[in-house]
Design a binder for this molecule. Structure first.
Ligand code: TXA
Ligand code: MG
Length: 319
């Protein structure tokens, strides 16, 4: 299942991606578990493959600043950093900017209105994205709580039988995840230290950046509520509801006897991959002040259902 990078492998990778599958992709930092960032089902498969018990927003990988601008809004500050760290001195910097369209899966951004974007500096990843023509969502290609893989063999030993293709692009030269910088505000906020040093960034912007976290594995908000990294609807969520109360919108899953206007079904057949793929888009659609709240049908707590329930219970508790 590990295949050496060549024209045949590239074509196989492109058709797997187009069919909504996930593949192992080399980048200069760590190997990524890549899928079409505009395809909700493909993105749901990323979480399934990793066995992630929760939905964290994912980084989208683009091949150029031009492609990045199609998916995010670049303020002058973001533009300046992109020019320097993506073009002049290519380095492993992820920029969090505002999303600018609805074509990007809402599962990729876990319902947020911001998106994390980076250009991977690896010829294989760049060629793949360029030929695919759309951004690839990719977290590190390991199972949840396992170590990030820096070789194709490491991906294989962690994800055997779960993915159809791992492109071998050699050992990762950086070997450490990208630096993540939130540039949605006036002052950049460091969300995760990594490949690009804070000193290098500060030299360019002539301004200290806010360090949100010192621990590379964990992102911990400095002050509660400072970062809205999780989406929660603005109206109350009521979980495990068989039927809605008067005035409530209803988010069903599987067969239901409820029949009302303000209702969406995560998956009529009760397919949890489909439910995960639809979750954030449908929550946003029902998040409307005209409703008293959103009643959500019970979701089986198995497989990716765990991540769905994790997200729903956090949203209900409105962290
Ligand atoms: O080097 C890397 O960045 C690797 C390679 C594969 O590109 N990818 C990677 O992805 O480390 P992942 O999913 O393991 O980490 C992405 C981090 C998560 O901690 C997530 O919370 C944060 O990026 N993130 C993604 N989108 C965000 C957003 N809109 N706002 C804030 N944080 C975001
Ligand atoms: Mg990771």
């Amino acid at each position: 299942m590990i295949e050496q990078y060549n024209q045949t492998t590239l074509e196989k990778a492109l058709s797997l991606l187009a069919e909504g599958h996930v593949i192992g992709m080399p980048t200069e930092t760590v190997y990524g578990l890549a899928a079409d960032a505009t395809n909700d089902i493909a993105v749901a498969r990323i979480y399934e493959t990793k066995d992630r018990p929760s939905f964290n927003p994912l980084i989208i990988h683009v091949d150029s600043i031009e492609m990045a601008r199609q998916w995010g809004i670049f303020t002058p500050l973001a533009e300046k950093l992109a020019r320097i760290f993506w073009d002049t001195h290519p380095s492993s910097l992820t920029l969090v900017v505002k999303r600018n369209n609805d074509r990007l899966s809402h599962l990729v951004t876990a319902g947020l209105d911001t998106v994390a974007i980076r250009i991977p500096f690896h010829p294989v990843a760049l060629e793949l994205i360029k030929k695919f023509g759309k951004p690839l969502a990719a977290p590190s290609a390991n199972r949840s709580n396992h170590i990030s893989p820096t070789s194709a063999e490491a991906v294989e030993s962690d994800l055997t039988d779960r993915i159809k293709l791992i492109i071998n692009g050699g050992a990762c030269t950086v070997g450490l995840e990208s630096t993540i910088l939130d540039v949605t505000g006036e002052v950049p906020v460091l969300l995760r230290p990594g490949g690009t040093t804070t000193e290098a960034i500060e030299t360019i912007i002539h301004h200290p950046i806010i360090r949100e976290s010192k621990n590379s594995d964990e992102i911990r908000p400095k002050a509660p509520g400072m970062m809205k990294r999780h989406y929660a609807p603005s109206i109350p969520l009521r979980l495990n509801a068989k039927t809605p109360h008067p005035g409530e919108a209803f988010l069903a899953c599987g067969k239901t006897i409820v029949n009302q206007n303000a209702m969406l079904n995560l998956s009529e057949t009760g397919n949890l991959t489909e439910a995960a793929a639809n979750l954030f888009r449908m929550m946003r659609q029902l998040d409307n002040a005209a409703h008293k709240g959103i009643a959500v049908a019970p979701i089986p707590n198995t497989g990716i259902g765990l991540a769905i329930n994790d997200r729903l219970s956090r949203a209900a508790a409105s962290e």
